[in-house]
Write a protein that binds this ligand. Structure first.
Ligand SMILES: [Fe+2]
Ligand SMILES: [Fe+2]
Length: 164
């Protein structure tokens, strides 16, 4: 199905993309379009995630939801250790409202959101794709990318090419 369209015909998974984008921007607050962790970053993470997913086999809807939720609950542009957990809690409130996933994929989304702040890598394709997509955009703040901190083969390849 088209993942961008909310379905009322019994499909197990969908996203109300327009509603979601509006909601996460509003949730983030007035700096959503000026923060280094705001909308422009989320768009890059989504683009990176879809590029990696074509190779990693990640779940497209999970990585898309990760891109838009993962930094939406930040309260500052510094470390803000709790923002991954808060993003997972926020996503829980929106399941069945702005998107729907089956239990397995929803657990992947929650783990990706909760732990994206913890500097880990993952051998799970969807979670690894989420984290790689986020880390690849560290170039926006001048960070040097290290392939060893990427989870997927495509993420490592992109990190290597961006660090040349
Ligand atoms: Fe984050
Ligand atoms: Fe991020």
């Amino acid at each position: 199905m088209d993942a961008n369209v909310k379905s009322n015909n019994g499909d197990a998974r969908w996203v109300d993309r327009v509603g979601l984008l509006r909601a996460v921007e509003e949730h983030f607050g007035p700096y959503a379009h000026s923060s280094i962790h705001g909308v422009s970053h989320w768009k890059v993470v989504e683009k990176n995630a879809l590029e990696i997913a074509a190779f990693s086999g990640a779940d497209i809807l999970v990585v898309t939801l990760f891109a838009w939720f993962h930094d939406s609950c930040r309260v500052n542009d510094h470390t803000d250790d709790g923002h991954g957990n808060r993003a997972a809690e926020y996503a829980m409130t929106q399941r069945g409202v702005l998107f729907q996933l089956d239990d397995h994929c929803f657990e992947l989304l929650l783990e990706a959101l909760r732990d994206h702040t913890n500097g880990k890598v993952s051998i799970e394709a969807t979670i690894g794709t989420c984290w790689d997509a986020d880390r690849l955009d560290l170039t926006r703040v001048g960070e040097f990318l290290k392939p060893k901190f990427m989870s997927t083969a495509k993420g490592k390849e992109l990190a290597f090419s961006l660090s040349l």
